[in-house]
Structures are given as structure tokens and as C-alpha cells.
Design a protein around this ligand. Structure first.
Ligand SMILES: [Cu+2]
Length: 175
């Protein structure tokens, strides 16, 4: 019962306005097809972008409740020409990011966070700015699990972050 409750909560938090057919089907058939609905997404968010900015970010937490490893291999959004999966690393004191070539693995029973300074989605060639309060649809394509469509809530959370002492003035580069 608790698990069902938390599942429902996640559903409401991350997907409240999305076409819910796929999710409803997943919930309904959860017991019959345990590979389906194995992947849960929560805390999906993005940052507002200044006018003319080419790129936006996407952060989320992926939990794999299935018995098999899965990987996030691609993503797309109607708001961007392309969505890539990036990782951020420090190299000689410089932060840089690069596309993940083989996808992002989420081990069976594991959770992977896409968050600032780490893995993230890169929304490239934005068609228009991401405005605070908007919900940005993104489809996540998984190997080993059903595709999931989520919505990123656009919000300015950086002020609440623990690690904002530097990079204050190049936040656009701060993925
Ligand atoms: Cu990036």
C-alpha cells in the first residue's frame, strides 16, 4: 500500500498535466508485466533561459525498480531541435561537458540523478526561451524499458543550491 501511494505521488508530482494514457496503462498492468513501468522519474526540472539562449538543461532522477539493467539512450522534446545526454567532468580545474556515447545506465534496483555538475539533458537549439513556471515535455527513450514522457518544471533553483559561490556570472555555461 505504501508503495502504491508513493507511486501515485510520483505520478502526480512529475506528470500532472501530461497525457496520462501510458502511465495509467503502466500502473494498471504493473503486476502483469513487471518490465513495464519499471522506470520511475521524479524531480524533473529545468532552468529558465535568457532570450536568445541556444541551450537549456534538464535534470531528473531515474529509478529502476526492475530486475534488469536499463539505459537511457536518447531523448527528445518539441521545444528543442535536439536533446542530448551529457556528462560534466572536471578537467584541470575546468568544468566541461560531453555527450554520453553509450547512453546512461541505470542498474536494476538503482537510482541515477541528473543534476547540476553531473549528468544532464541538454536541450539544444531551443525554439523559444524556457520560462519560469512552464512545463517542458521530454520523451525519454530507454533500452530495456518502455519510453517515458515527462515534463520538466522550469524553475530557478540555483539560489537554493549549496555550491553557488563561484560560477555566479556564467550560469549559462554551468550545466
Ligand atoms: Cu551539457
Amino acid at each position: 500500500m505504501n508503495q502504491l501511494k508513493s507511486l501515485t505521488t510520483v505520478f502526480l508530482l512529475s506528470c500532472s498535466t501530461l497525457g496520462t494514457t501510458a502511465w495509467a496503462a503502466d500502473l494498471q498492468h504493473h503486476n502483469d508485466h513487471h518490465e513495464m513501468g519499471a522506470v520511475q522519474i521524479h524531480n524533473a526540472w529545468s532552468r529558465p533561459t535568457p532570450p536568445g539562449a541556444a541551450m537549456g538543461v534538464g535534470y531528473l532522477t531515474i529509478t529502476n525498480n526492475g530486475a534488469e539493467d536499463v539505459s537511457l539512450v536518447a531523448a527528445e522534446s518539441p521545444r528543442a531541435s535536439r536533446v542530448s545526454i551529457h556528462e560534466t567532468s572536471m578537467h584541470e580545474g575546468m568544468m566541461r561537458m560531453q555527450p554520453l556515447s553509450g547512453g546512461l545506465a541505470i542498474p536494476a534496483g538503482g537510482t541515477v540523478e541528473l543534476r547540476p555538475r553531473s549528468y544532464h539533458l541538454m536541450l539544444e537549439q531551443l525554439k523559444e526561451p524556457l520560462m519560469e513556471g512552464e512545463m517542458i515535455p521530454v520523451r525519454l527513450d530507454f533500452n530495456g524499458a518502455e519510453d517515458v514522457t515527462i515534463k520538466l518544471v522550469v524553475q530557478s533553483l540555483d539560489g537554493m543550491g549549496m555550491d553557488h559561490s563561484h560560477h555566479m556570472d556564467h550560469s549559462e555555461m554551468d550545466h
